[in-house]
Design a protein around this ligand. Structure first.
Ligand SMILES: Nc1ncnc2c1ncn2[C@@H]1O[C@H](COP(=O)(O)OP(=O)(O)OP(=O)(O)O)[C@@H](O)[C@H]1O
Ligand SMILES: [Mg+2]
Length: 278
């Protein structure tokens, strides 16, 4: 499986006086097992890009394809799964089980097969199916409801998973839980995460695209991004604390020999760099 978005452009209300250019010249590709991170400030076009990648709307310009075949929204049938921002607002059924089962049943899975995939999906998000399955989705904590909503998409066994701001509104533990879940999902699918919060996902990203006003200001690997962190500012994003600390240390004369995203490794390099400077 390979998802490709080629030279994507999108204009809301094209041809009207309300036209808004949301995306311009965005290209990315994703293979199974990979995680592509799309970073951008608010209004930079992230959600628009995901809706296009999910086949929910065709791009105004460019092509979206899976394994070389143009993405056809009517036949995408669960191959691409989109987890919306605040996905818990989409829960609707009487029980967690029924909610998670809705997608796979809708795709035509038998009751028995759907029941199996529901258990698997709940386990994948660290919720015990026997304990949580019979409960009402409206009597869960925010973090639990968020995980149930993710399970609802996983239950369709998509080959491509798209996450819109998956850690928004969660506390530090909730964020760690969700980043851990997202990391583990790469075993079965290609994953795209869009967020303005680089901190949680940068360490696991194979490929990064940074958007500013719908245009890519950086496309490349994590190593390439670490070699030139100035694009965070170009994209109107905060430099992650671990990087900012290293940049400030270098400005104070400590030689680091490159930046890292690992806090402990950063401290070690600073200690070594300080020793070398003496
Ligand atoms: N339905 C719409 N009609 C008109 N303009 C829209 C519509 N949806 C989004 N836009 C505009 O398109 C641009 C990109 O919006 P988008 O929602 O993709 O940004 P985003 O990066 O997801 O932002 P956020 O981080 O706030 O979620 C913005 O300028 C926005 O105002
Ligand atoms: Mg958005």
């Amino acid at each position: 499986m390979r998802l490709t978005l080629e030279d994507i452009g999108y204009t809301y209300g094209e041809g009207t006086s309300f036209a808004v250019r949301a995306l311009d010249g965005v290209t990315l590709s994703l293979d199974r097992g990979e995680l592509v991170l799309v970073l951008g400030a608010t209004g930079s076009g992230k959600s628009t890009l995901l809706r296009i990648a999910a086949g929910l709307m065709p791009p105004t310009e460019g092509r979206v394809a899976i394994d070389g075949n143009a993405l056809d929204a009517s036949r995408v049938g669960g191959r691409v799964g989109l987890v919306f921002q605040n996905p818990q607002t989409q829960l609707f059924a009487e029980t967690v089980e029924a909610d998670v089962e809705f997608g796979p049943r809708n795709l035509g899975m038998s009751e028995e097969e759907a029941r199996g995939t529901v258990r698997e999906a709940l386990e994948a998000v660290d919720l015990d199916p026997d304990e949580f399955g019979p409960r009402s989705p409206f009597a869960l904590s925010g973090g639990e409801a968020h995980r149930v909503a993710i399970a609802g998409v996983l239950a369709m066994r998509p080959e491509v998973l798209l996450f819109d701001e998956p850690t928004a509104g969660l506390d530090a533990w909730g964020r760690d839980a969700v980043t851990g879940i997202v990391a583990s999902l790469r075993a079965h699918a290609g994953v795209v995460v869009v967020t303005h919060d680089a901190e949680g996902f940068l360490g696991m990203a194979d490929h990064i695209v940074m958007l500013a006003d719908g245009r890519p200001v950086f496309t490349g690997s994590r190593e390439e991004l670490l070699a030139d962190p100035s694009c965070f500012e170009q994209a109107g994003l905060r430099v992650p604390d671990v990087l900012r600390t290293q940049i400030l240390a270098e400005e104070r004369g400590i030689r680091l020999g490159g930046y890292t995203l690992e806090v402990v490794e950063a401290a070690d390099r600073m200690a070594r760099g300080r020793g070398a400077g003496r």
